[in-house]
Design a binder for this molecule. Structure first.
Ligand SMILES: Nc1ncnc2c1ncn2[C@@H]1O[C@H](COP(=O)(O)OP(=O)(O)OP(=O)(O)O)[C@@H](O)[C@H]1O
Ligand SMILES: [Mg+2]
Length: 285
């Protein structure tokens, strides 16, 4: 199991008590694309290397609060790498090195005084393959809280399951194994686990790509609902999905370059860059 949370054993020291929105300093927009007035996440000249190989090149991106931002692009262009920068999941890859500023609520998450475990409480993550633990449904949700040293109550577990649109399906079987659920239910359980500690941002790396169309559509509906309360950043290979559910879209292309970042409608209807248009219309990638 490659569940990165299992390494978590740090304290619950606050990440400089970020209060998003109101106190974000320097809320200037990126060079290109739409101006984001109050970005909750700001990437400024972020370069990432794996050993000597550069995976991301000077990424500039301002991610708006409580909206869905989709990251699209061909395989290997660095989407997952960028997502993992945001909550410092790349720390777990020994060869990975991040340069530049990646700010969450105005604070560089790579500052020495940031505790990555506390950061991941604020910025949760959901992966491509549903990865519930071999524990009860209840304990899967409670896990996210326990790792953070937070209190577990029935109410918090219920609310997280409700937030993940799963409560009605599992409320009578909370003691049963999470592994006995269907793939789509498992993924919503993982979403419940991610939102239980009440994060501010939920990162999702192709959360529906292992699901059938019905389960995918449930997860898509859920993502739109989540954005009322959380900032969602989602990597997807599915262009229709990005167009359906996101407010902003970033297009990464080969070489680890963020070629365009703008309102989703603009990206899909009238992109600035020919390379983006070619990618979107399926001419390559
Ligand atoms: N752990 C790692 N060690 C070394 N190189 C890596 C590692 N993870 C990713 N890379 C390299 O970094 C580049 C970007 O990879 P990344 O996984 O971020 O791309 P991606 O856009 O998410 O691709 P996909 O759509 O296939 O998931 C690729 O060249 C990849 O080989
Ligand atoms: Mg990826």
């Amino acid at each position: 199991m490659s569940e990165p949370e299992t390494d978590a054993e740090g304290t619950d020291e606050a990440v400089s008590s970020p209060t998003p929105g109101s106190n974000i300093a320097g809320a200037s927009g990126p060079e290109s694309g739409a101006l984001i007035e109050e970005p909750i996440i700001q990437s400024e000249d972020v370069n990432v290397f794996y050993g000597d190989e550069q995976a991301l090149q000077a990424i500039m991106m301002d991610i708006p609060e409580k909206q869905v931002t989709a990251l699209i692009g061909p395989s290997g262009c660095g989407k997952s790498t960028f997502l993992r920068c945001i909550n410092r999941m790349n720390d777990l890859i020994t060869s990975a090195r991040v340069e530049g500023d990646l700010r969450f609520a105005g604070k560089n998450v790579y500052d020495d005084d940031v505790d990555p475990v506390a950061l991941r409480r604020k910025i949760g993550m959901v992966f491509q393959q549903p990865n519930p633990f071999p524990k009860s449904i209840y304990d899967n949700v409670a896990y996210g809280l326990r790792v953070q040293g937070q209190e577990v109550t029935d109410e918090i577990v219920e609310n997280a399951l409700r937030g993940a649109a799963l409560w009605d399906e599992v409320k009578d079987q909370l003691g049963e194994s999470g592994l006995e659920l269907s793939g789509g239910q498992q993924q919503r359980l993982c979403i419940a686990r991610a939102i239980a500690p009440d994060p501010e941002v939920v990162l999702m790396d192709e959360p529906a790509s292992a699901l059938d169309p019905v389960a995918t559509s449930k997860v898509e509906d859920l993502i739109s609902d989540l954005a009322e309360e959380y900032t969602v950043v989602i990597v997807t290979h599915n262009m229709q999905q990005a167009a359906r559910i996101s407010d902003k879209t970033g297009v990464f292309l080969t070489g680890g370059e963020l070629v365009e970042f703008d309102d989703t409608q603009k990206i899909f209807e009238n992109p600035e860059h020919q390379r983006v248009e070619d990618y979107i219309t399926g001419k390559f990638g």
